[in-house]
Design a protein around this ligand. Structure first.
Ligand SMILES: Nc1ncnc2c1ncn2[C@@H]1O[C@H](COP(=O)(O)OP(=O)(O)OP(=O)(O)O)[C@@H](O)[C@H]1O
Length: 554
């Protein structure tokens, strides 16, 4: 998902994606209308100023014009403030919806996706944030920028067509210079954004793996690598700033030039000192009106230039986020699985992880009857876990077919709804032991909890802890032995009372006595279930109706 290219097709897809996200915000138009009203108020202010000056010295005649000026000035402040607020609210809304989509994508990544936790965190937090300025500032500024200068030009032309012509003439070279500066800015901004994403992702991943980094004394190496990534980001940020200064310098030059030319023209016209003939003679009121409006001609473009960096960041983020969304599993027409012990058929199944040359499992066939217990035995790396993961759609089905309860696996969307799974590295969530157990069945009664605690042999461990079931544990299962983590995972699986049991090395890390007790528990729990056990233990395999040995045939 890191490949950033700028082919026209990709650029179009990126723009479509961004438009969809911005439409989710839905308030860019409101902000644009307020910016246009701001321009209208600026014209009102200039009209009031010109009228007031023309009415001098009659105070009575000046008053309505002064009132128009005050009203327009106040309206400008209000419109500008409201435009900012409405834009920010639209951006918040769009980001919230996008974050929901990214979290859903993270949960439903295609089997074998290479996105790391750091990448996903960075996507959901920083990269989604990069959309903020695009929706809140850039889109309203661009839409208003396409109309507002022409409103100013039209109002100016009513008072002085020549002054309007001068303003328009400075616009053409200005647009050329801005297009060139924009191209350069796009490139450096993209590089800077990538460097930022790399740094954030790496930082989050290393923090998550801090105990491993410390255990291997790699903190200095990791700190140095993070330092290099930070230096790279700093260099690229300076490049972005350089380009930004150059383009804002060009903008200011043309804005100042246009105002200066209009001022010189109005002054010389008023004094009849123009060295060439012009088709108009200005009076003081019209000249002041034109002069007051001249800075407003470039104001929308100034606003657009200030928000241009937001567009670059959003486009780079869009490429990455759209690619990430592309990793989401294609939705399947999910056929609900019956809540009864299912038969499972693996028909010439091959599992090949993305980017791997060799298959983890090759042409594997097995027919498991409803209610049967099958043990998968075999050396490390022979594909036992992969077969269990395949049923949960955590591993890809590259060739062959799998049917569960007579329904093709692809149509069921995986067996998670009817399966209780004990993974090889039991996943623990930060919270209490009770919360970890209730994850499987939030409505479980205290009696159910006691039953599974007893069945999984968790009693003595809980008795040793003053807070018992409410003892806190962190996301790494800190403070628990490997065997205790496994028992919690087994108790959680038993609480689900599902008709399909998928057990991945449930007795690893247990001494012989504890293993015997757990095997007895599994024997009780599997009643009425179809059970698939991946194990290295011959004792555990012995309880199965059938033992399948993987990786042993020539
Ligand atoms: N996400 C993955 N991406 C790439 N290769 C993978 C992935 N998961 C597993 N593999 C590879 O697939 C092969 C089978 O792995 P698997 O975990 O299924 O074996 P196993 O029999 O369960 O091993 P063990 O007994 O050590 O748990 C191994 O070569 C492993 O390196």
């Amino acid at each position: 998902m890191n490949a950033i290219t700028s082919s026209p097709a990709l650029a179009r897809a990126r723009t479509r994606w961004l438009k969809g996200v911005a439409a989710d915000g839905g308030r860019a138009r409101g902000s644009t209308s307020l910016l246009l009203l701001d321009t209208g108020a600026a014209i009102g202010f200039a009209t009031g100023l010109a009228g007031a000056v023309e009415a001098v010295p009659s105070i009575g005649a000046m008053l309505p014009w002064a009132a128009l000026m005050a009203l327009s000035g106040g309206a400008r402040g209000t419109f500008a403030m409201l435009a900012t607020r409405v834009g920010a609210a639209g951006a918040e809304h769009a980001k919230l919806r996008l974050r929901r989509r990214i979290v859903a994508t993270s949960l439903h990544r295609a089997p074998g996706s290479t996105a790391t936790t750091g990448t996903l965190m960075n996507a959901a937090v920083d990269e989604v944030d990069a959309i903020d300025g695009y929706v809140a500032r850039f889109l309203p500024a661009r839409q208003a920028g396409a109309v507002a200068p022409f409103l100013v030009l039209a109002a100016t032309a009513l008072a002085s067509p020549v002054a309007a012509g001068i303003l328009f003439a400075t616009l053409v070279p200005f647009i050329l210079v801005m297009a060139l500066a924009g191209g350069a800015a796009a490139d450096v901004s993209r590089q800077q954004f990538l460097a930022l994403s790399r740094l954030s992702g790496r930082f989050a991943d290393r923090i998550r793996a801090l105990p491993v980094v410390l255990a291997f004394g790699a903190e200095d190496r990791e700190a140095a690598a993070l330092g290099r990534a930070a230096d790279d980001l700093a260099r690229r940020t300076m490049r972005v700033l350089r380009v930004a200064f150059v383009s804002s310098g060009a903008l200011e030059f043309f804005a100042a030039l246009s105002v200066a030319l209009v001022a010189v023209y109005c002054g010389f016209n008023l004094l009849h000192l123009l060295p060439f003939p012009v088709p108009e003679q200005l009076d003081l009121g019209r000249a002041l009106f034109v002069l007051a409006l001249a800075p407003e001609f470039y104001a929308p473009m100034r606003r657009l230039a200030a928000a241009y960096h937001d567009k670059q960041s959003a486009e780079t983020a869009a490429e990455r986020l759209a690619a990430l969304e592309g990793e989401r599993q294609s939705p399947v027409a999910t056929v609900p699985l019956p809540r009864a012990a299912p038969g499972i058929v693996f028909d010439a199944v091959t599992i090949r992880y993305p980017g791997e040359d060799t298959a983890a499992v090759s042409h594997f066939s097995l027919d498991i009857a409803p209610g049967e217990t099958v043990a998968l035995l075999g050396p490390s790396g022979s594909g036992k876990s992969s077969l269990l993961h395949l049923l949960l759609r955590l591993a890809p089905l590259s060739e062959g077919a799998v049917r569960v309860g007579g329904i093709a696996l692809a149509e069921t969307g995986g067996v998670a709804t009817i399966a209780a799974w004990v993974g090889q590295s039991p996943l623990i969530i930060a919270g209490s032991i009770r919360e970890n157990l209730l994850l499987a069945c939030p409505k479980a009664s205290p009696q159910d909890l006691t039953r599974v605690i007893h069945a999984a042999g968790l009693g003595p461990m809980l008795a040793r802890r003053p807070l018992g079931l409410d003892s806190p544990i962190d996301a790494r299962g800190g403070g628990l032995s490997g065997g205790e983590r496994r028992r919690i995972a087994l108790a959680r699986a038993l609480l689900k009372s599902a008709p399909l049991l998928l057990l991945d090395e449930p007795t690893a890390h247990l001494d012989a006595q504890a293993e015997a007790r757990l095997i007895a528990t599994i024997c009780r729990a599997r009643a009425g279930c179809t059970t698939l056990i991946a194990t290295h233990s011959e004792r555990l395999a012995a309880i199965a109706n059938r033992v399948i040995r993987l990786g042993e045939t020539a």
